[in-house]
Structures are given as C-alpha cells and as structure tokens.
Design a protein around this ligand. Structure first.
Ligand code: DKA
Length: 133
C-alpha cells in the first residue's frame, strides 16, 4: 500500500506554507528560507517494512526511518523534537508529530499521479504538491 509513495518527488507548488510555519512557531529567518526552498521528497521501503522518508534541499536534508504504527523520535527541519507516528488511513500516509503539548499532521496522498502533502496545524492548512522525478 505504501509502494505508490516510493520514489523521488520534486516539489512544484506550495500554498499557505508561511502561515503553516507561523502556526508551528517557526521564526522569521527560517520561514524566509522555508518559503524559498523547493525540496525533493524521497521515500523508500525495505523488505523488513522499514520506511525511509527524506526531505532534501540546499537548506537542509532531514531523514526519518520508521515502521508504520510504531512511534519514533523525530528532529524536524525547523528543529522541533517531536514524537511521531506514521500510519496509513484509506490510502493516505498520515504523519502525526507531537511536541510541547502541540500536534500537527502531514497527510500525504497520491492524486492524479502527484504526491499531495496537506500540512495541518489547528485551523491552518498548507498544501504542497510534488511530481515524480
Ligand atoms: C512536506 O512538504 C511537508 C514539510 C513540513 C515541514 C515543516 C517545517 C519546515 C520548516 C522549514 O513534505
């Protein structure tokens, strides 16, 4: 089921990301870089069921390795230290990050051959779209 997400994806659009970063508490300087950066999202899956998700850019490369439904510690690109859980729900890959009593989710789905990442923090939603390289 996660196979459809595997590959290298290049970001082509990003909507409302500045507001999403503000809602996360990201400072001005990092937001400026975050708004300018067009990362690649690289996902792989090994035969033990371990998933690797990388966000690669000139600004920063981050990688997490995990199994579905098994919580793990993550350090995000903006340096939050989160407890993270990734699960599959109706074909969507849902990444939930919790830190300091807050929670955000990144819901990824494949729509029309594109990978769409919906980033939700409270009532703020950003949508980032990727195409396969
Ligand atoms: C995505 O495009 C979602 C990325 C979420 C990053 C949140 C913090 C970034 C701060 C520079 O896959």
């Amino acid at each position: 089921m996660v196979d459809k997400f595997v590959g290298t994806w290049k970001m082509i659009s990003s909507e409302n990301f500045d507001d999403y970063m503000k809602a996360l508490g990201v400072g001005f300087a990092t937001r400026q870089v975050g708004n300018r950066t067009k990362p690649n999202f690289v996902m792989s899956l090994d035969d033990q069921g371990t998933i690797s998700m990388k966000s690669q850019s000139a600004f920063k490369t981050t990688e997490v390795k995990f199994k579905l439904d098994e919580p793990f510690d993550e350090t995000t690109a903006d340096d939050r230290k989160t407890r993270t859980l990734v699960s599959l729900d109706n074909g969507k890959l849902i990444q939930k990050q919790s830190w300091d009593g807050k929670e955000t989710s990144i819901e990824r789905e494949i729509a029309d051959g594109k990978l769409v990442a919906k980033c939700v923090m409270g009532d703020v939603v950003a949508v980032r779209t990727y195409v396969k390289e």
